[in-house]
Design a protein around this ligand. Structure first.
Ligand code: 3PG
Length: 394
């Protein structure tokens, strides 16, 4: 499978798809990790004398109104700071302005064109992989470098569409994500321990099922653990419960034997409130009128024991309502426990747990923090990612 290192870039117009879908508030980028992670490929192409035509989606664009706060212009500004060179922002997704900007690019120069999903206002052309749109974007360049792992679960014009028209290779980030996540799932060093959290069982069924086959232990925390505890016949009070998933949880527990490890204590409150009075109780003693919002200290200890000696760890999903300080200790404890493992490949499967590790200052202690949300989940589920498939088919 070809990467950006396998092709000649000098003087080439290089279409570079990154996932620059960064969180924004009031026009400001609130976390620029995806920009930082896109830099190695961009810098490499520029240094090799390529002419970079960079593009990405940002958020979802459903109405004309949405365009106002979904422009990629702030990303061009940020990128220019990191690259220490001008990044020409082209406020269009097609047309003469974009075409002449592309023609005027010199070797080692870069432009970023506007949010590919602005094309969604006219018949969802980007998101429905409109054939003409993919062909048009492909016509702007000589070669396509797809580095947008975070978008690889989408079959859109700006990844799959372009790839079906022009030579396509992966960038460094795409390769790194595949090497780490794919490596962990397909040929893990053992013991392989997965830690899964988050609110809903329904969001994680595919991941649980796939990792139960691949991992040696699956530690389940977060809101979704309570459906499993209920399936074991425990009283979970008013904690999160997905009634319609109890049977599934039961059958997973039966199949898994002692592979699944669940919380042994919880932090309970009377109401869902960040300032609510709380206490730690054993998982067998959750009062009928209380809900658990976090894993307790004994659960963290139990999970730590399971992590001892692990050679591969994949973590996806928080252990509690970590946005509230009082209910973040379970997530922090697990994050620290994984971060302190010395001899293991440690991977965070993106989303909330990635944000938590970065906010807590543990990012550097992990082998890999995925830039994907949906993409890493689907990859952990063992699904084929269309964006990746389109590169491999080349
Ligand atoms: C993500 O943030 O997971 C990716 O950028 C994909 O975004 P989407 O869910 O809007 O397609």
């Amino acid at each position: 499978k070809k990467t950006v290192q396998d092709i000649d870039l000098k003087g080439k117009k290089v279409l570079l798809r990154a996932d620059l879908n960064v969180p924004m508030a009031d026009g400001e980028i609130t976390n620029d990790n995806r920009i930082v992670q896109a830099l190695p490929t961009i810098e490499y192409v520029l240094n090799e004398g390529g002419r970079v035509i960079l593009f990405s989606h940002l958020g979802k664009v459903k109405t004309e109104e949405d365009k106002k706060d979904k422009s990629l212009e702030p990303v061009a500004v940020k990128l220019s700071e990191y690259l220490k060179k001008p990044v020409l922002f082209v406020p269009e997704t097609r047309g003469e302005g974009l075409e002449s900007a592309v023609q005027n690019l010199e070797d080692g120069e870069i432009l970023l064109f506007e949010n590919t999903r602005f094309e969604d206002l006219d018949g969802k052309k980007e998101s429905k992989n409109d054939a003409d749109l993919g062909k048009y974007w492909a016509s702007l360049g000589d070669v396509f470098v797809n580095d947008a792992f975070g978008t690889a679960h989408r079959e859109h014009a700006s990844n799959v569409g372009i790839a079906s028209n022009i030579e396509t290779v992966s960038g460094f980030l795409m390769k790194k994500e595949i090497d780490f996540i794919g490596g962990a799932v397909d040929e893990p060093k053992r013991p392989f321990v997965a830690i899964l959290g988050g609110a809903k069982v329904s969001d994680k069924i595919g991941v649980i099922e796939n990792l139960l086959e691949k991992a040696d232990k699956v530690l389940i925390g977060g809101g979704m653990a309570y459906t499993f505890l209920k399936a074991q016949g425990k009283e979970i009070g008013t904690s999160l419960l997905e009634e319609d998933k109890i049977d599934l949880a039961k059958s997973l527990l039966e199949k898994a034997g002692d592979k699944i490890v669940l919380p042994v204590d919880g932090v309970v409150v009377s109401e869902f409130d960040k300032n609510a009075d709380y206490e730690v109780v054993s998982i067998d003693e959750i009062p009928a009128d209380k809900m658990s919002l976090d894993a307790g200290p004994k659960t963290v200890e139990r999970f730590k024991e399971q992590l001892e000696g692990a050679k591969t760890v994949v973590w996806n999903g928080p252990m509690g309502v970590f946005e509230f300080e009082n209910f973040a200790k379970g997530t922090i404890g697990v994050c620290k426990a994984i971060a302190s493992l010395e001899d293991a490949v440690t991977i965070i499967g993106g989303g909330d747990s990635a944000a938590a590790a970065m906010d807590l200052g543990y990012a550097d202690d992990f082998s890999h923090i995925s830039t994907g949300g949906g993409a890493s989940l689907e990859y952990l589920e063992g699904k084929v990612l269309p964006g990746l498939q389109a590169i491999n088919d080349k």
